[in-house]
Design a protein around this ligand. Structure first.
Ligand SMILES: NC(=O)c1ccc[n+]([C@@H]2O[C@H](COP(=O)([O-])OP(=O)(O)OC[C@H]3O[C@@H](n4cnc5c(N)ncnc54)[C@H](OP(=O)(O)O)[C@@H]3O)[C@@H](O)[C@H]2O)c1
Length: 337
Protein backbone atom coordinates (compact mmCIF):
# COMPACT_ATOMS: atom_id res chain seq x y z
CA UNK A 1 0.00 0.00 0.00
CA UNK A 2 1.10 3.57 -0.66
CA UNK A 3 0.80 5.94 2.30
CA UNK A 4 -0.87 9.16 1.23
CA UNK A 5 -1.35 12.53 2.93
CA UNK A 6 -3.57 15.39 1.85
CA UNK A 7 -2.71 18.98 2.83
CA UNK A 8 -5.65 21.38 3.04
CA UNK A 9 -8.05 18.50 3.73
CA UNK A 10 -10.94 20.76 4.72
CA UNK A 11 -11.26 22.25 1.22
CA UNK A 12 -13.33 21.28 -1.82
CA UNK A 13 -10.56 19.73 -3.92
CA UNK A 14 -9.42 17.68 -0.93
CA UNK A 15 -12.93 16.32 -0.37
CA UNK A 16 -12.97 15.01 -3.94
CA UNK A 17 -9.50 13.55 -3.45
CA UNK A 18 -10.62 11.74 -0.31
CA UNK A 19 -13.72 10.34 -2.04
CA UNK A 20 -11.61 8.98 -4.91
CA UNK A 21 -8.75 7.70 -2.75
CA UNK A 22 -11.09 5.85 -0.37
CA UNK A 23 -11.91 3.51 -3.26
CA UNK A 24 -8.31 3.29 -4.50
CA UNK A 25 -6.98 -0.26 -3.98
CA UNK A 26 -3.33 0.82 -3.52
CA UNK A 27 -3.83 3.77 -1.15
CA UNK A 28 -3.82 4.10 2.63
CA UNK A 29 -4.72 7.61 3.82
CA UNK A 30 -2.33 8.38 6.66
CA UNK A 31 -2.58 12.13 7.26
CA UNK A 32 -4.99 14.97 6.62
CA UNK A 33 -4.00 18.51 7.52
CA UNK A 34 -5.69 21.75 8.57
CA UNK A 35 -4.51 24.92 10.27
CA UNK A 36 -7.13 24.33 12.97
CA UNK A 37 -5.66 23.18 16.29
CA UNK A 38 -8.69 21.25 17.59
CA UNK A 39 -8.12 18.12 15.43
CA UNK A 40 -11.54 18.00 13.76
CA UNK A 41 -12.67 14.67 12.37
CA UNK A 42 -12.82 14.82 8.59
CA UNK A 43 -16.40 13.50 8.61
CA UNK A 44 -17.45 16.45 10.76
CA UNK A 45 -15.91 18.84 8.22
CA UNK A 46 -17.30 16.95 5.22
CA UNK A 47 -20.41 15.10 6.51
CA UNK A 48 -20.73 13.19 3.22
CA UNK A 49 -17.81 11.11 4.56
CA UNK A 50 -19.81 9.89 7.59
CA UNK A 51 -19.35 6.14 7.93
CA UNK A 52 -16.56 6.14 5.34
CA UNK A 53 -13.63 8.03 6.88
CA UNK A 54 -13.13 9.04 10.49
CA UNK A 55 -9.53 10.31 10.32
CA UNK A 56 -8.81 13.50 12.22
CA UNK A 57 -7.30 16.55 10.53
CA UNK A 58 -4.13 17.77 12.20
CA UNK A 59 -2.08 20.93 12.13
CA UNK A 60 1.14 19.26 11.00
CA UNK A 61 4.31 20.77 9.58
CA UNK A 62 5.48 19.59 6.18
CA UNK A 63 8.33 17.76 7.89
CA UNK A 64 5.89 15.90 10.16
CA UNK A 65 3.76 14.99 7.14
CA UNK A 66 6.81 13.63 5.34
CA UNK A 67 7.31 11.13 8.17
CA UNK A 68 3.78 9.79 7.64
CA UNK A 69 3.45 9.61 3.87
CA UNK A 70 5.06 8.39 0.66
CA UNK A 71 2.99 10.69 -1.51
CA UNK A 72 1.43 14.04 -0.65
CA UNK A 73 -1.40 15.77 -2.46
CA UNK A 74 -1.08 19.51 -1.75
CA UNK A 75 -4.61 20.96 -1.91
CA UNK A 76 -3.53 24.30 -0.47
CA UNK A 77 -3.83 27.78 -1.97
CA UNK A 78 -0.86 29.09 -3.95
CA UNK A 79 1.98 30.48 -1.81
CA UNK A 80 1.04 28.06 1.03
CA UNK A 81 2.00 25.25 -1.32
CA UNK A 82 5.48 26.49 -2.15
CA UNK A 83 6.10 26.90 1.57
CA UNK A 84 5.41 23.17 2.11
CA UNK A 85 6.76 21.49 -1.03
CA UNK A 86 10.54 21.84 -0.44
CA UNK A 87 10.31 20.13 2.99
CA UNK A 88 8.04 17.40 1.62
CA UNK A 89 10.50 16.62 -1.18
CA UNK A 90 13.54 16.72 1.08
CA UNK A 91 11.64 14.43 3.47
CA UNK A 92 11.46 11.84 0.66
CA UNK A 93 7.87 12.32 -0.47
CA UNK A 94 6.60 12.53 -4.01
CA UNK A 95 4.26 15.49 -4.37
CA UNK A 96 1.26 16.29 -6.53
CA UNK A 97 0.57 20.00 -6.10
CA UNK A 98 -2.92 21.21 -6.97
CA UNK A 99 -2.04 24.88 -6.59
CA UNK A 100 -0.62 27.22 -9.21
CA UNK A 101 2.79 27.48 -7.55
CA UNK A 102 4.69 25.13 -9.85
CA UNK A 103 2.70 25.37 -13.08
CA UNK A 104 4.52 28.29 -14.72
CA UNK A 105 8.12 27.59 -15.65
CA UNK A 106 9.31 31.20 -15.35
CA UNK A 107 9.46 32.84 -11.90
CA UNK A 108 9.15 36.32 -13.44
CA UNK A 109 5.88 35.35 -15.13
CA UNK A 110 4.64 33.86 -11.84
CA UNK A 111 5.50 37.02 -9.98
CA UNK A 112 3.85 39.25 -12.59
CA UNK A 113 0.53 37.34 -12.57
CA UNK A 114 0.39 36.20 -8.93
CA UNK A 115 1.95 39.24 -7.29
CA UNK A 116 4.25 37.17 -5.05
CA UNK A 117 7.92 36.40 -5.14
CA UNK A 118 8.45 32.70 -5.87
CA UNK A 119 10.47 31.27 -2.98
CA UNK A 120 11.26 27.96 -4.71
CA UNK A 121 11.99 29.27 -8.20
CA UNK A 122 14.89 26.92 -8.93
CA UNK A 123 12.47 24.02 -9.19
CA UNK A 124 10.16 25.62 -11.77
CA UNK A 125 12.05 24.76 -14.95
CA UNK A 126 12.07 21.02 -14.14
CA UNK A 127 8.61 20.52 -12.66
CA UNK A 128 6.41 18.25 -14.75
CA UNK A 129 3.05 19.66 -15.80
CA UNK A 130 0.48 17.08 -14.82
CA UNK A 131 -1.79 16.87 -17.82
CA UNK A 132 -1.52 13.18 -18.76
CA UNK A 133 -3.12 13.60 -22.19
CA UNK A 134 -0.10 15.69 -23.25
CA UNK A 135 2.74 14.77 -20.89
CA UNK A 136 2.17 11.12 -19.95
CA UNK A 137 5.78 10.18 -20.71
CA UNK A 138 7.23 12.62 -18.16
CA UNK A 139 4.83 11.99 -15.29
CA UNK A 140 5.93 8.47 -14.21
CA UNK A 141 9.45 9.65 -13.27
CA UNK A 142 8.43 12.89 -11.58
CA UNK A 143 8.83 13.58 -7.87
CA UNK A 144 6.89 16.83 -8.19
CA UNK A 145 3.89 17.17 -10.47
CA UNK A 146 2.15 20.51 -10.99
CA UNK A 147 -1.51 19.68 -11.39
CA UNK A 148 -3.18 21.94 -13.99
CA UNK A 149 -5.75 24.60 -13.27
CA UNK A 150 -9.38 23.74 -14.00
CA UNK A 151 -10.00 26.36 -16.68
CA UNK A 152 -6.60 25.61 -18.14
CA UNK A 153 -7.03 21.87 -18.56
CA UNK A 154 -10.50 22.31 -20.05
CA UNK A 155 -9.21 24.88 -22.56
CA UNK A 156 -5.96 23.11 -23.34
CA UNK A 157 -7.56 19.73 -23.95
CA UNK A 158 -9.93 21.24 -26.51
CA UNK A 159 -7.27 23.27 -28.34
CA UNK A 160 -4.19 21.02 -28.19
CA UNK A 161 -5.19 18.52 -30.90
CA UNK A 162 -5.92 21.39 -33.30
CA UNK A 163 -2.75 23.37 -32.56
CA UNK A 164 -0.48 20.32 -32.50
CA UNK A 165 -1.75 19.32 -35.95
CA UNK A 166 -1.54 22.87 -37.36
CA UNK A 167 -5.28 23.08 -37.98
CA UNK A 168 -5.86 26.51 -36.33
CA UNK A 169 -3.98 29.82 -36.18
CA UNK A 170 -1.92 30.00 -32.94
CA UNK A 171 -2.31 33.78 -32.57
CA UNK A 172 -6.08 34.04 -33.01
CA UNK A 173 -7.80 32.21 -30.14
CA UNK A 174 -10.57 33.56 -27.91
CA UNK A 175 -11.60 31.49 -24.89
CA UNK A 176 -14.97 32.26 -23.36
CA UNK A 177 -15.07 30.17 -20.17
CA UNK A 178 -17.83 29.59 -17.64
CA UNK A 179 -17.44 27.98 -14.24
CA UNK A 180 -19.55 26.92 -11.28
CA UNK A 181 -18.88 28.65 -7.98
CA UNK A 182 -16.91 25.80 -6.36
CA UNK A 183 -14.04 26.83 -8.64
CA UNK A 184 -13.36 29.63 -6.16
CA UNK A 185 -12.86 27.22 -3.23
CA UNK A 186 -14.73 26.81 0.04
CA UNK A 187 -13.67 29.94 1.91
CA UNK A 188 -16.39 32.63 2.04
CA UNK A 189 -15.82 35.55 -0.31
CA UNK A 190 -18.29 38.35 -1.06
CA UNK A 191 -18.54 37.60 -4.79
CA UNK A 192 -19.39 33.94 -4.26
CA UNK A 193 -21.97 34.09 -1.48
CA UNK A 194 -25.42 32.92 -2.62
CA UNK A 195 -27.17 36.30 -2.69
CA UNK A 196 -24.37 37.87 -4.73
CA UNK A 197 -24.03 35.25 -7.47
CA UNK A 198 -27.39 33.44 -7.60
CA UNK A 199 -29.63 34.41 -10.57
CA UNK A 200 -26.73 36.35 -12.06
CA UNK A 201 -24.08 35.81 -14.71
CA UNK A 202 -20.97 37.93 -14.90
CA UNK A 203 -17.47 37.98 -16.30
CA UNK A 204 -14.52 38.58 -13.99
CA UNK A 205 -10.77 39.14 -14.22
CA UNK A 206 -11.11 40.15 -17.90
CA UNK A 207 -7.62 40.28 -19.37
CA UNK A 208 -6.04 39.58 -15.99
CA UNK A 209 -7.03 36.01 -15.04
CA UNK A 210 -4.03 34.02 -13.84
CA UNK A 211 -4.82 31.01 -15.98
CA UNK A 212 -4.04 33.03 -19.14
CA UNK A 213 -0.23 32.59 -19.09
CA UNK A 214 -0.62 28.93 -18.07
CA UNK A 215 -2.82 28.15 -21.09
CA UNK A 216 -0.44 29.98 -23.44
CA UNK A 217 2.65 28.33 -21.94
CA UNK A 218 1.35 24.77 -22.11
CA UNK A 219 -0.14 25.08 -25.60
CA UNK A 220 3.10 26.69 -26.85
CA UNK A 221 5.18 23.87 -25.36
CA UNK A 222 2.90 21.13 -26.66
CA UNK A 223 2.57 22.50 -30.20
CA UNK A 224 6.08 23.94 -30.59
CA UNK A 225 4.90 27.41 -31.60
CA UNK A 226 4.04 30.68 -29.86
CA UNK A 227 0.38 30.49 -28.85
CA UNK A 228 -1.56 33.55 -27.69
CA UNK A 229 -5.02 33.49 -26.17
CA UNK A 230 -7.63 35.93 -24.96
CA UNK A 231 -9.25 34.30 -21.93
CA UNK A 232 -12.43 35.59 -20.28
CA UNK A 233 -13.92 33.62 -17.37
CA UNK A 234 -17.50 33.91 -16.17
CA UNK A 235 -19.10 32.90 -12.89
CA UNK A 236 -22.26 30.83 -13.34
CA UNK A 237 -24.78 30.29 -10.52
CA UNK A 238 -24.25 26.51 -10.32
CA UNK A 239 -22.04 24.56 -7.94
CA UNK A 240 -19.66 22.82 -10.30
CA UNK A 241 -18.70 22.33 -13.94
CA UNK A 242 -16.78 24.28 -16.60
CA UNK A 243 -17.71 24.95 -20.22
CA UNK A 244 -15.19 26.61 -22.51
CA UNK A 245 -16.44 27.99 -25.83
CA UNK A 246 -13.36 28.77 -27.90
CA UNK A 247 -13.27 30.77 -31.12
CA UNK A 248 -10.42 29.96 -33.48
CA UNK A 249 -9.46 30.45 -37.14
CA UNK A 250 -8.88 27.42 -39.36
CA UNK A 251 -5.72 27.08 -41.45
CA UNK A 252 -7.23 24.43 -43.75
CA UNK A 253 -10.68 23.95 -45.24
CA UNK A 254 -11.64 20.77 -43.40
CA UNK A 255 -15.16 19.60 -42.61
CA UNK A 256 -16.39 19.22 -39.03
CA UNK A 257 -16.30 15.44 -39.47
CA UNK A 258 -12.68 15.54 -40.67
CA UNK A 259 -11.66 17.74 -37.74
CA UNK A 260 -13.40 15.46 -35.23
CA UNK A 261 -11.61 12.48 -36.79
CA UNK A 262 -8.26 14.25 -36.35
CA UNK A 263 -9.13 14.95 -32.71
CA UNK A 264 -10.13 11.32 -32.12
CA UNK A 265 -6.84 10.14 -33.62
CA UNK A 266 -4.88 12.58 -31.44
CA UNK A 267 -6.55 11.27 -28.27
CA UNK A 268 -6.62 7.60 -29.23
CA UNK A 269 -6.08 5.48 -26.11
CA UNK A 270 -6.67 8.42 -23.74
CA UNK A 271 -9.39 7.13 -21.40
CA UNK A 272 -10.77 10.45 -20.15
CA UNK A 273 -11.29 12.42 -23.35
CA UNK A 274 -14.60 11.97 -25.13
CA UNK A 275 -14.89 13.54 -28.59
CA UNK A 276 -18.65 13.84 -28.93
CA UNK A 277 -20.96 14.81 -31.78
CA UNK A 278 -23.47 16.64 -29.57
CA UNK A 279 -22.80 19.96 -27.83
CA UNK A 280 -21.21 19.11 -24.46
CA UNK A 281 -23.00 20.05 -21.25
CA UNK A 282 -21.68 20.31 -17.71
CA UNK A 283 -24.37 17.93 -16.44
CA UNK A 284 -22.79 15.11 -18.47
CA UNK A 285 -19.30 15.68 -16.99
CA UNK A 286 -20.07 16.59 -13.38
CA UNK A 287 -19.12 13.75 -11.05
CA UNK A 288 -16.76 12.25 -13.66
CA UNK A 289 -13.14 12.55 -14.75
CA UNK A 290 -14.12 13.04 -18.39
CA UNK A 291 -13.46 16.00 -20.63
CA UNK A 292 -16.12 16.13 -23.35
CA UNK A 293 -15.45 18.17 -26.47
CA UNK A 294 -16.68 18.87 -29.98
CA UNK A 295 -16.38 21.48 -32.74
CA UNK A 296 -18.65 23.51 -35.00
CA UNK A 297 -17.61 25.44 -38.13
CA UNK A 298 -18.70 28.98 -38.93
CA UNK A 299 -17.09 30.07 -42.20
CA UNK A 300 -13.33 29.79 -41.70
CA UNK A 301 -13.83 30.04 -37.95
CA UNK A 302 -13.91 26.93 -35.80
CA UNK A 303 -15.79 26.97 -32.50
CA UNK A 304 -14.37 24.43 -30.04
CA UNK A 305 -16.47 23.43 -27.04
CA UNK A 306 -14.89 21.66 -24.09
CA UNK A 307 -16.42 20.67 -20.77
CA UNK A 308 -15.28 19.22 -17.42
CA UNK A 309 -16.07 18.96 -13.72
CA UNK A 310 -13.71 21.56 -12.24
CA UNK A 311 -13.26 19.57 -9.04
CA UNK A 312 -12.58 16.21 -10.72
CA UNK A 313 -10.98 16.41 -14.17
CA UNK A 314 -10.06 19.98 -13.23
CA UNK A 315 -8.44 19.06 -9.88
CA UNK A 316 -8.75 15.83 -7.84
CA UNK A 317 -9.43 13.38 -10.69
CA UNK A 318 -6.47 14.43 -12.80
CA UNK A 319 -4.34 14.44 -9.62
CA UNK A 320 -5.18 10.76 -9.09
CA UNK A 321 -4.58 10.10 -12.80
CA UNK A 322 -1.07 11.53 -12.23
CA UNK A 323 -0.68 9.45 -9.05
CA UNK A 324 -1.58 6.30 -10.99
CA UNK A 325 0.95 7.07 -13.73
CA UNK A 326 3.64 7.85 -11.12
CA UNK A 327 3.14 4.39 -9.63
CA UNK A 328 2.81 2.31 -12.78
CA UNK A 329 -0.87 1.67 -12.09
CA UNK A 330 -3.66 1.65 -14.64
CA UNK A 331 -4.41 5.31 -15.32
CA UNK A 332 -8.10 4.74 -14.69
CA UNK A 333 -7.70 3.17 -11.22
CA UNK A 334 -10.40 4.51 -8.88
CA UNK A 335 -11.50 7.01 -11.51
CA UNK A 336 -14.26 5.27 -13.40
CA UNK A 337 -17.39 4.79 -11.30
N1 LIG B 1 -11.79 24.53 -6.60
C1 LIG B 1 -11.40 24.12 -7.81
O1 LIG B 1 -12.23 23.91 -8.72
C2 LIG B 1 -9.94 23.93 -8.11
C3 LIG B 1 -9.58 23.39 -9.36
C4 LIG B 1 -8.23 23.22 -9.66
C5 LIG B 1 -7.26 23.59 -8.75
N2 LIG B 1 -7.64 24.13 -7.55
C6 LIG B 1 -6.57 24.50 -6.62
O2 LIG B 1 -6.53 23.53 -5.58
C7 LIG B 1 -6.17 24.16 -4.35
C8 LIG B 1 -7.28 23.92 -3.33
O3 LIG B 1 -8.46 24.49 -3.86
P1 LIG B 1 -9.86 24.38 -3.12
O4 LIG B 1 -10.87 24.87 -4.06
O5 LIG B 1 -10.00 23.05 -2.48
O6 LIG B 1 -9.66 25.48 -1.96
P2 LIG B 1 -10.38 25.59 -0.56
O7 LIG B 1 -11.72 24.93 -0.65
O8 LIG B 1 -10.31 27.01 -0.18
O9 LIG B 1 -9.46 24.71 0.40
C9 LIG B 1 -8.10 25.01 0.64
C10 LIG B 1 -7.75 24.55 2.05
O10 LIG B 1 -6.42 24.93 2.34
C11 LIG B 1 -6.35 25.39 3.69
N3 LIG B 1 -5.68 26.71 3.66
C12 LIG B 1 -6.20 27.88 3.25
N4 LIG B 1 -5.28 28.86 3.34
C13 LIG B 1 -4.17 28.29 3.83
C14 LIG B 1 -2.88 28.77 4.15
N5 LIG B 1 -2.56 30.06 3.97
N6 LIG B 1 -1.98 27.92 4.64
C15 LIG B 1 -2.30 26.63 4.83
N7 LIG B 1 -3.52 26.11 4.55
C16 LIG B 1 -4.43 26.93 4.04
C17 LIG B 1 -7.72 25.56 4.23
O11 LIG B 1 -7.89 24.64 5.28
P3 LIG B 1 -7.90 25.11 6.83
O12 LIG B 1 -8.61 26.42 6.87
O13 LIG B 1 -8.63 23.99 7.47
O14 LIG B 1 -6.46 25.19 7.20
C18 LIG B 1 -8.64 25.23 3.08
O15 LIG B 1 -9.70 24.36 3.44
C19 LIG B 1 -5.97 25.66 -4.68
O16 LIG B 1 -4.63 25.92 -4.91
C20 LIG B 1 -6.78 25.84 -5.95
O17 LIG B 1 -6.32 26.90 -6.75
C21 LIG B 1 -8.95 24.28 -7.21
Amino acid sequence: MINVAILGATGYAALELIRILLRHPSVRLTALTTRQDDHPRIDSIHPVLQGRCSLTCQNLSATEVADLADVVFCALPHVASMEAVPDLLSGGCRVIDLSADYRLNDAAVYEKWYGHTHTDADRLADTVYGLPELFAEQIPRADLVANPGCYTSTSILGLAPLLCQGLIEPGDIVIDAKSGVSGAGRAAKLGTIFSECNESLSAYAVGTHRHTPEIAQVLSTASGQQVEVIFTPHLVPMTRGILCTMYTRLTEDLSEAEILDRMRTFYEGRPFVRIVDHLPATKDCVGTNYCDMTVRKSGNRLVVLSCTDNLIKGAAGVAVQNFNLMHGLAETTALIV
